[in-house]
Design a protein around this ligand. Structure first.
Ligand SMILES: NC(=O)c1ccc[n+]([C@@H]2O[C@H](COP(=O)([O-])OP(=O)(O)OC[C@H]3O[C@@H](n4cnc5c(N)ncnc54)[C@H](O)[C@@H]3O)[C@@H](O)[C@H]2O)c1
Length: 263
């Protein structure tokens, strides 16, 4: 099975870093697709764009409706219609809900949920107008299924994204547009690197322990593992799959206890 995405255009939001978005871009690039790299900082976008064979960069804040509208008109004028969007842009939040202020609440929902809705809406309307059987892939998280201390709002935003995935898959199915999500476990990224430093003096050691004790497959989940699933969901090989939230977690969410509980 060789997936060929050549002559197709894909927008990957928040893809200028080295986290999940970079693996998604790499997998699309490997399959011959054309990329629209989006992120907040022009300098990062320009740098990331150079890593791929066919890519253009467009800087935009996807939590802002005006910038989303401008992003879509720029894509239309530079490349023509899109065949897929990957809603990867996201931010974390580690604070109990009762200690979070309104500004922080709005930022987390506007980026992780409202932004994905605005991008998906603009994409769906274009697909319907151009009679394109497009694909939406949302980047959710294992936190959308279960939560932990200080994660209730991040989990809620990703949970809302899961329901948006299911709901839009129902509403858009009649146009041949599919909508799925991938839900990664712990993947190496800029965001996580900074986060782990908050509770561990040795992030590498922490990660090794996490992988060995909390995953059934004791290997690092790579951003490319996420990208390969995204490419499958963007391809014709997943024609009958829609409304699904697929975990990429090396078995993390299956474990009732950590591996060291009963060695
Ligand atoms: N890394 C993980 O372990 C992990 C696990 C599960 C889910 N995720 C999800 O994967 C996605 C990528 O996260 P990551 O961990 O790779 O982090 P990351 O910080 O490396 O990447 C996120 C990118 O999104 C960009 N971004 C943030 N707000 C934006 C906005 N308003 N408009 C445009 N771009 C914006 C950031 O600048 C950054 O480059 C997120 O949705 C995150 O919730 C990550």
């Amino acid at each position: 099975m060789k997936i060929d995405l050549s002559n197709k255009n894909f927008l990957v939001t928040g893809s200028a870093g080295f986290g999940v978005g970079s693996g998604i871009c790499k997998a699309i690039d490997n399959a011959g697709g054309t990329l629209i790299i989006n992120d907040l900082l022009e300098e990062n976008v320009n740098m990331a764009t150079k890593h791929y064979k066919n890519a253009i960069g467009i800087t935009a804040d996807i939590s802002d409706q005006e910038q989303v509208t401008k992003l879509f008109s720029e894509i239309a004028s530079k490349l023509g219609p899109l065949q897929g969007v990957i809603n990867n842009a996201g931010i974390g939040h580690r604070k109990p809900a009762h200690l979070t202020d309104l500004e922080e609440f709005e930022k987390i929902f506007n980026t992780n949920f409202k932004g994905a809705w605005m991008i998906s809406k603009a994409f769906a309307l274009d697909c319907i107008k151009n009679k394109i059987k497009g694909n939406i892939v949302n980047v959710s998280s294992v936190h959308s299924f279960k939560s932990t201390n200080k994660y209730s709002l991040y989990s809620s935003a990703k949970g809302a994204l899961n329901n948006l995935t299911r709901g839009m898959s129902i509403e858009l199915g009649k146009y041949g547009i599919r909508c799925n999500a991938i839900a990664p476990g712990y993947v190496d990224s800029e965001y996580n690197e900074q986060a782990v430093k908050e509770w561990s003096d040795d992030p590498k050691k922490w990660l090794k322990h996490q992988i060995e004790d909390y995953q059934s497959v004791p290997q690092v989940i790579s951003s490319l593992d996420c990208g390969n699933l995204a490419v499958y969901l963007l391809s014709e090989y997943s024609n009958s799959i829609t409304g699904q939230i697929i975990k990429v977690d090396s078995g993390f969410t299956n474990l009732l206890y950590s591996n060291s509980f009963l060695p």
